[in-house]
Design a binder for this molecule. Structure first.
Ligand code: PLP
Length: 402
């Protein structure tokens, strides 16, 4: 653990003169030295725009960018690099599909299903599509443990259902959803499935072919890479059928004022100068994760979640939201009638960073009739001692409020 923590410079500082405890990994993860140095080295030695120049550094930049694409493809077991589109992040990937898939396949009175536990970025783009096309958004509910009511899926799907958009792991409850089962039910009725992997990619091994999902999306910054890069995986046949999302450089074959022809995959969906440096940092981050092993990471994080659930669960008046059998990385809670913002601000003064509020999942808060929670979310560099610090902090705050 000491070696791993040594890889993350930001963890070794004091805030308010206290050793820093970072438990907001669901929002973004910290970056290991190898990623930070790769970015610095790239700017110092290689930087040139990709897919444009014939000069040496441009070719090297392009090579590293495409290498990062291959690494992503391998990491999630895609069939081909044509299925890996670099975007700005999860939100951008979902908007791309909502626009492009929507343009091609959605007509008035069609239906799209999202789950009740989606992040706003997997709700709003579909709502906007439904408004544009006069289609209908339907909702798959979850129960009070935070588990999806899969048994309701059959009756929700009708002949008009075109797509189900569902999160792999809930960012506010930690629930791991049974994606393979959902895909099976959907595909039996000819319905496509988009999986939001923003909170799964850093915690579990992903095999898009085994899941058989049609789209899988995630953000680089949640898996130890820079901000500004994301991935859209899509089955090649579908991506080929879908129209471009944005027009511009890189996504064209030939432009005349009469007619423009588009690039083949994956560039068809990558208009303009993409954040190639962040893509390269993603390749570096994947390398780093693979060197440690995603199974090793998952095992450690699972121990942390179990330890935290048990330890925080002993605090009188503490209520945990999200008690699914299969959950990872997240403990959402409230204590007595202490407001989540008060709890978050007081923990902050003790050097402990947690997230407070609705976590961009207002419908989840509405389900429990609350305005927000305090969320501690873990990465593999977190320790039991940090959870003990959180526990001690909560006990102190309880006493102050009492
Ligand atoms: N989906 C889930 C489940 C998330 O947790 C997040 C971010 O927290 C997003 C989507 C949006 O990710 P981004 O802001 O990187 O686009």
């Amino acid at each position: 653990m000491d070696t791993i923590r040594a890889d993350f410079p930001i963890l070794h500082q004091k805030v308010y003169d206290k050793p820093y405890v970072y438990l907001d990994n669901g929002a973004t993860t910290q970056k290991p030295k190898v990623v930070i140095e790769a970015v610095k080295n790239f700017y110092e030695q290689t930087n040139s725009n990709i897919h444009r120049g014939v000069h040496l550094l441009s070719e090297k930049s392009t090579e590293q960018y495409e290498q990062a694409r291959s690494m992503v493809a391998e990491f999630i077991h895609a069939n081909s690099t044509n299925e890996i589109i670099f975007t700005k992040g999860t939100t951008d990937s979902i908007n791309l599909v909502a626009f492009s898939f929507g343009e091609k396949y959605i007509v008035a009175n069609d239906e799209i299903i999202v789950s009740e536990m989606e992040h706003h970025s997997n709700i709003v783009p579909w709502q906007m599509l439904c408004e544009r096309k006069q289609a209908k958004l339907k909702v798959l509910p979850f129960d009070d443990n935070g588990e999806l009511c899969i048994e309701k899926l059959d009756e929700l799907i009708t002949k008009r259902t075109k797509l189900i958009a569902v999160t792999h792991v809930s960012n506010s409850l930690g629930t791991v959803n049974p994606i393979a089962e959902i895909v099976k039910i959907a595909h039996a009725k000819g319905v496509k499935v988009l999986v939001d992997g923003a909170q799964a990619i850093q915690h579990t091994a992903i095999d898009v072919q085994a899941l058989d999902c049609d789209f899988y999306v995630f953000s680089g910054h949640k898996i130890y890479a820079e901000t500004g890069i994301g991935v859209l995986y899509g089955k090649e046949k579908l991506l080929n059928e879908m129209p471009p999302y944005q027009g511009g450089g890189d996504m064209i074959k030939e432009v005349t004022f009469e007619k423009t022809t588009y690039s083949d995959l994956p560039l068809k969906f990558e208009a303009g100068t993409n954040n190639y440096v962040a893509a390269i940092s993603l390749g570096e981050a994947i390398n780093y994760v693979q060197a440690i092993g995603i199974e090793t990471i998952a095992a450690h994080e699972n121990k942390l979640v179990q330890y935290a659930s048990h330890k925080l669960g002993t605090i009188d008046g503490l209520r945990i939201y999200g008690t699914a059998t299969n959950k990872v990385s997240v403990i959402s809670f409230l204590v007595d009638n202490i407001h989540h913002y008060d709890m978050g601000m007081m923990l902050d003064k003790m050097g402990i960073a947690v997230r407070t509020g609705s976590h961009c999942t207002q419908p989840v808060m509405a389900h429990f009739d609350i305005t927000g929670t305090v969320r501690a979310s873990f990465a593999f560099y977190n320790t039991k001692e940090e959870i003990d610090r959180l526990y001690d902090g909560i006990i102190r705050i309880k006493k102050i409020f009492a």
